[in-house]
Design a protein around this ligand. Sequence first.
Ligand code: FAD
Ligand code: DHB
Length: 386
Amino acid sequence: ERTSVAILGAGPAGLLLSHLLHLNGIASILVEARDREYVQARVRAGVVEHGAADILRQAGVGERMDREGLPHGGIELRFDGAGHRIAMSELTGRHITVYGQQEIVHDLAERRIADGGDVRFACGPAAIHDVDSGEPSVTYTVDGAEHRIVADFVVACDGAHGAGRPAMGETLKTFEKVYPFAWLGILAHAAPRVDELVYANHERGFALYSMRSHEVTRLYLQVPSTDRLEDWSDERIWDELAVRFSLDGEPWEPTRGEIFERSLAPLRSYVGEPMQRGRLFLAGDAAHTVPPTGAKGMNLAIRDVDLLARALTEQLRHGAEEGLRTYTDRALRAVWRAEYFSWWMTTMLHRFDGDSGFDRRVQTAQLRSVVGSEAHATALSENYVG
Ligand code: FAD
Ligand code: DHB
C-alpha cells in the first residue's frame, strides 16, 4: 500500500494530524496499536490552553468542547494554610478550558471516521523502516498477516514508549530529568467543591483539585515513586487529600463520592533533539515529556502537529521544503518553554525528600512572591493559559 503520510498513534497528536492533513487534501493512513474503546477510555489530561482550543476550533472539532467544556479564568495556589487566587483572565485576557483529553480523542476519532478517514485501530505495535531513504515504510501484523505501508513521510505520534524514539537511532540527543515521586490520580462521582483548580503545597506533599464536569471530580496526590495503587485505600486517599488541602490548620475535605478510576503516573521531563530524521518526524509525547504540573503535555502535542500539518502540506502540494526543514527549531522553542514552566511549577509545588530548612523557606518565599506580585502572577498566567 502507498500513501502520502503514514502516522503512528491515535492519541490527540496522531488523530489531529490526520484530520488537519485531510482538511488540506493530503492523504494519510493512521495505525494505532490499541483498540478504539481502550484509546477513548484512557483518562489523562484535562486542561486545554487558549491556543490549543483555537487550533481545535479552527479545525472544526471544537464544538462539543465549547458546549460542554468548563472555561476557567483563574486557579488557586494553597500553601501555609491559606488560598490565593491567580486571576489569569484579568492578567492575560485569556482563559483555559477544562475538558478531558479522552473527550478530545473521542471527538477527533468520530470526525475522522465520519469523513471516511483511514484510521486503523487494534493493529498491535507498528514498526518504522528506511527513514533515511526516499521510501520510508511502516509495518504491522494482524492475525499473523504482515501489512506494509510505503509513504512519502512517516510521523511518529506514538507517545513515550512507541517506535518513534528508537527509530531516531544515534542521531537523537536526549535531555532528561526524573523526579523521585509520582501522581496518584482519581476520578470520583462527586460535585466539585471548588469552581477553579486548586494547586496545594503542603508539608506532606502536593495535591491538586480538578474536575471534569459539575458531577465528576479529578484529584491528584504526590506519592513516592515506589508506592503502588494497593497501598492507597479509598479512605486513605480522601483523608490525605483533606489534610493537604488544609485551611487555617483545619482539614478541608473535598466532596467525597465513588472513586471510579485510579492511576499512578511517574513525573519526568524528557526532550529528544532533533524531532526529525530523514523522512521521519516526531510529534507530541513521542518527542518530549513534561511533568503534568504545568498541564502542558497535550497542549504541546496539539501545537506540534499544527506546525507539522502546515509544513507537510507545503512540501506535498508545492514542493516547498522550508517548513519541514525548520520544524525541529520552531517546535523546540515552544517545547523548551513548556519544559521550563513545567519544571518551575513542579519544583515550586512539590515536597522533595532531601530539602533542607533553607530550601523549604525559599520555596515558601517563591510562592509568596508569585501571589503577592502582579508581575510574577502575570508570568505564571501567561505560561499557563499559553
Ligand atoms: P499519546 O496520547 O500517548 O498517544 C500515543 C498513541 O500511540 C497511543 O494511543 C498508543 O497506544 C499508540 N502507540 C504506542 N506505540 C505504538 C506503536 N508502536 N504503533 C502504533 N501505535 C502506538 N497534558 C496537558 O496538556 N494537560 C494536562 O492537564 C495533562 N495532565 C496529565 C495528567 C496525567 C495523569 C498524565 C499521565 C498526563 C497528562 N498530560 C497533560 C499529558 C498528556 O496526557 C500527554 O502529553 C498526551 O497524551 C500526548 O499525546 P500524544 O498524542 O502525543 O501521545
Ligand atoms: C489536570 C491535570 C494536570 O496535570 C493539571 O496540571 C491540571 C489539571 C486534570 O487532569 O484535570
